[in-house]
Every structure is written in C-alpha cells, then in structure tokens.
Design a protein around this ligand. Sequence first.
Ligand code: GLU
Length: 423
Amino acid sequence: MKNLEKNIDPFESIQKILKKSCDILNVSCDLYEILKEPQRVIEVNIPVKMDNGKIKIFRGYRSQHCDVIGPFKGGIRFHQNVNRNEIKALSMWMSLKCSANHLPYGGAKGGIVVDVNELSENELEKLSRGYVREIYKYIGDRFDIPAPDVNTNEKIMAWMLDEYINLTGNNNIATFTGKSLEFGGSYGRREATGVGVSHITRESLKKLDIDIKKSKIAIEGFGNVGSNTALSLQKMGANIVSISEFDKEYGVYTIYNEEGFDVEDLVSYFEKNKSLLNYENKKFLVEKEFSSLDVDVLIPCALENSITEENAKNVKAKLIVEGANGPVNYMADKILEEKNVIIVPDILANAGGVIASYFEWIQNISGMDMTKDEVLNRLEYKILFAYDGILKTREKYNVSLRLASYIYSVERIYKSLKLRSRI
Ligand code: GLU
C-alpha cells in the first residue's frame, strides 16, 4: 500500500518468472512466446456525464491473457493507479491461478483509472455501466466472465450485469460472478478469498512447526480479503496482532496489539468508521512499516509491490502469504529467499475468490444451488489439492514455492495447448 507510487512494473516481473518456469519445464521454446503477452488487450475511453453536467472521460482496460483451458476469467478493479501493464500482468496471473487450481478457465483482468472516493454513487453507476457498454461484445458466460477486484463489489457487479442484459437481451447471469445473493450470487463468495488465505496459512504454519494458536499474524489491508482472512484465522485460534491500513488524510498506518485483536470488533468498527486510526482497543500505533513487524506471518492483502527490495531486508516474519496479487516484487523475492522466508504465492494463496466464483458460475449455469458449507468445503478441498501439487513440484525441481506454482500451472496450460494443437 505504501509503495503505491513506485514505478515497479509487475508485468516485467511476471514475464521473468514465466520465462524461468518455461525454461525449467523445457517442453517447447514456443511456450514462453505464446504466454508472454495476453491474447487481447482492449483499451476503452468511457464518457461519463458527471453530476456537475460536464462529461469526463475515464480510461479502462480488459486484458484477456489465454483461453486455452476455458473462457477468460478475472476481476475488474477501480483504482487511480490502474495502467495497461498492471492489467496485463494481472490477467496473466489469472491464467496461472485458474490453471494451478484446476479451474476450467483462462485468465483476464479489467480495470478503470479512477479514484472511487471522488465519485458520487450516481457517477459510479454511470461509469460501471459505461465500461460494460464499451466491452460487452467481448464478454459472456462462455467467453469472458468478469468479477469484483480492488474497489469493486456486488453492487457494481449488479449494475454491470444489468447493463449487459439490457445491451444483449440475453438474461444470462452467469456472465458475471461475485454477485449479491439476491441477483444470482453464491453463498460463501464474499468471504471466499479470505477463507482460502486462512487455509493456506494454517497448512503453511504446520509445515513450519508453528502452533497456530501461538502464532502472531500481521495483515496489510482490511478490505474484503484482509478482514475475512483475519476473521477466519481468528476462528482457527491465531492471534491477529497487527493491521495496516490507509487513511485518506493520515496515509498508511499500522495498529498493533501484542495480545491479538478481537477481529469481529475491529470489523464492525471499520465498517462504521471506514478507518481504524482511532480504534480504542489498540495498544499503540506503530510507526514501523508492515514489512518489518516482529510477527510469525505477514499477510499482505492490499496491492502490488508492498514488499520490495527496499524493505525486504527488514522482514522478520518466517512466512509471507500473498493475499493480494503481486505484493512481493521480483527483487524482494530473491532477498527473502536468501533469508529463508517462505512465501506462499498469490496464485495459490488468494485463489479462494475465483474458486468460489467457479461454484457461483456452475450454480448459475445448472440452476442448482449450493449451501455455504458446500461452497466452502469444496473450496478448501480444491485449494489444498493445488497446494499439494505445488509442493510436489517444488520437491521435484528444488525451486521456491513461487517458481513451483508457476511450473505446475504452466505445465497444465502447456498440456492444453498441445491437446488443441496450438503448439
Ligand atoms: N479478483 C479476484 C482475483 O484476483 C477474483 C476473480 C474472479 O472471481 O474471477 O482472483
């Protein structure tokens, strides 16, 4: 979160790791060439009539990386720092994430350059609908299925899906996932990413021989992913001792409580006050950055480039679980590997969201519904199955978990490319 402004290109980082994984797999020199760029990147300019009567143009993107395993799938984010390369990187991560977790999808990601805090509700709705007007010909339940991401939610999905239905005349609610329960959504989808992160954290702690009930955990970001991760880990007995968040006036802040917070109380306070800055039950507000906290586990759940070459050397935690996409950059990865810090990569750790999206899509298409327990139990099975496969790959090639997860997932993509004679 702190390093938002830094100019670290996640697309270059991901290409480097992709190249390494293709080289290690050594199956075809064309594999990297096929995967290094998205199949299609759509760039749009969306006119919105603002509340003051003037038209403002917003830049938007949809990057569709690779659809060899199945339809493109991935969220849409609204953020002032959205840019073409970021969205391209995120779409490639989605291809890897879907493949690693055995979902019948390829990867996509969309985004709009906008500071949501500067828009009224009315302007936000117009922007959401305007985006769909520009891209609706390129999405669909068997073609590309969008979902929420940073700063987008069930309400925005409802506006987008409604616009899609109006434009196509096709009442196909399976075209978007992450919807509200009243409009085709699934039980468990809202908390799914955090629940997935917590399963992966629990299993990783076991491997490190750390008792979860004695573990100290710091979380960066208290949005949907961060808060649900904290809630779910607390249920497992972990101590959530620190939360880092962003306050519009104050900037980045970190609250810390040695004994562990009451997360439910934190969540209801945050919902009410939109900030934890003045939360009374905190022990103190630490000046320290999230990355340097003296805890067992760091769980970055905000944006890319939270842990970089500049702060990686200060990391004291033994385990980092990537709740966000791309929070540890390429250089930091190397430094942390030398320090023997285990990093569970995003494409595994935060896959719970898209896994639950898959169950939502299945329910929409089949007309059969699942209970919350069914969704969350299946999610646990799927994400741990992927974890097991990635651990075996790590042993086989003697590489980091990140590289192992890329190899595991790229190999599955390669097999599909081969079966379909695309390589
Ligand atoms: N935005 C989430 C992600 O990055 C979920 C995507 C989806 O459900 O399609 O994984």
